[in-house]
Design a protein. Structure first.
Length: 146
């Protein structure tokens, strides 16, 4: 017959105490990685919108393939990696500065997104995070909306 040594279950108890902390850190790291990817997508979207706004300052929100590309459409098309269709601008908020003076003003496109972590525990702990990316480029050609 084998006798138990004192402290035989100590490793199991320590594992049970440390495991939830390790799992929570893994989920937090996963959600932080997703937030960085979303911020990168927003940065690319604002840059693409500013490139179009340099020559086309039309503030039209319709994204038809046959129409001229507007800065809203250019920015929203860059967010497909986030799971947002190009035609569905909400939940994105895209603003642009309209200006007709060449060389004296700039087009600024700001894209914001309310990021909600996918892990329920992390989303309850920190809630939603407002991610904002902005790009500014000088106006090269003025565009008057028809």
């Amino acid at each position: 017959m084998k006798t138990r040594t004192p402290g035989a279950g100590q490793a199991l108890v320590e594992f049970a105490l440390v495991l939830p902390v390790v799992v929570l850190l893994a989920f937090a790291l996963f959600d932080a990685g997703r937030a960085v990817i979303f911020y990168s997508e927003l940065t690319n979207a604002s840059r693409a919108g500013a490139r179009v706004a340099m020559v086309n300052q039309s503030n039209d929100a319709t994204c038809n393939p046959s129409d001229a590309l507007t800065f809203r459409c250019a920015a929203s098309r860059q967010t497909t990696g986030m799971g947002i269709a190009p035609s569905a601008i909400p939940p994105l908020t895209i603003t642009g500065t309209e200006c007709a003076l060449i060389g004296n003003c700039a087009a600024t496109v700001t894209v914001s997104y309310s990021y909600v972590p996918v892990t329920p525990v992390i989303s309850q702990l920190i809630g939603s995070i407002n991610l904002v990316a902005s790009s500014t480029m000088p106006i090269e050609r003025s565009y008057a909306s028809p």
